[in-house]
Design a protein around this ligand. Sequence first.
Ligand code: LRH
Ligand code: MN
Ligand code: MN
Length: 426
Amino acid sequence: MKLTEQHIEDDNKKSLASQNNSYNFLADSLTSKGHNVDAILSKLSEFQVAVPSWALGAGGTRFGRFSFYGEPSTLQEKIEDVGILHALTQTAGAVSLHIPWDIPTDYKAIKEQADALHIKFDSVNSNTFQDQKNAKESYKFGSLSNTSKAVRDQAIQHNLDVINIGDKLGSKSLTVWLADGSSFPGQNNFQTAFQNTQNSLIDIYAGLPEDWKLLIEYKPYEPNFYSTVIQDWGASLMLANGCGDKAFTLVDLGHHLPNSNIEQIVSILMLKGKLGGFHFNDSKYGDDDLTVGSIKPYALFLIFNELVYGMESNPQNPDLAWMIDASHNIKDPLEDLLQSLEAIQEAYAKALLVDQKELRTAQLENDVTKCQEILQNAFRTDVRPLLAAARLKNGGAINPIQSYRNLAVRETLIKERGKHTIATGL
Ligand code: LRH
Ligand code: MN
Ligand code: MN
């Protein structure tokens, strides 16, 4: 299914008058407070977030997987779904593939399809946390960190193959997330595991094309429950530094122990020029991979405040790979992604309302109350009419979920793909 601009424009007519009213009211109020509304609108339009291929189907838990009708089962169908998200939001102009789940059979055709939908290929992800059919070696006891050289070599080669696949599609980075670790004290020698991982990453790094980045993701626990080899940003940063200038840390919001100050982590990594990528999601307990902004929207805003500060003040940090990494069981995955995309833009827009100069002055004067007021005033502003205006300007939907439903997208996908679909992936 392809959503045309005409479909969306027709559906927008129903809410156009009310959107214009809300937008004019907000734009006047922001302008009177000294904000440049056009500049904010352009920044919102430029901010594109990659959709992970694995979030397009219903995810699962270890207890079960409830499929959602009309899920994509081929890479072509996945790109088609990202096209729908992008047509509605105008902010999902990229996809992040996971190999081997998403190996293209016809590169030219996939590239043409993505180009026609204005979708780029963002970071490619390797998978050394599952054993593949006919693989000689098993990752049961780790991949890049494994005590066996044969296993490490297989995992290194897989990453090099992923780079090669991504390169043919126009990707510019490889994301490595490892499940490596131990579930019981004494199982692993921490130093050996870390050293093996460093050496394996150096071998992968040597195979990176000149204009590529290596993004190293960290996670404190799960699937291993005692230790994870790349457990936190410190470990990731050490490994990135051990590889070289093209290696960076990737922050996944769900990969922190409860109450970690993620905004501070983000801020310091940007100061050091080492924040390379971002996985958005939300969680209450652990790596829940829930819809972005559904549990802790204020924390997300504070993180964005540091990201905006870093993007403006830290030229030493490269442009980031922005990606969603959420996937679950009970909602229509496309509706869920629309909600995530909206929450990301909302937090970004609110962060853009923070007057960084005013905040700096208040900080230098140690006016703690004022510092808090500046942040909370921005957070409490309802910026949704701004987001809708940015979408409208680019041919997107005023209300993406409403249009998705009015235009019967899921029903059409079910007609085209059938009821008993299983998405490839997690
Ligand atoms: C596992 C995980 C990780 C990766 C993704 C592919 O925790 O969610 O965040 O990025 O799988
Ligand atoms: Mn992730
Ligand atoms: Mn995760």
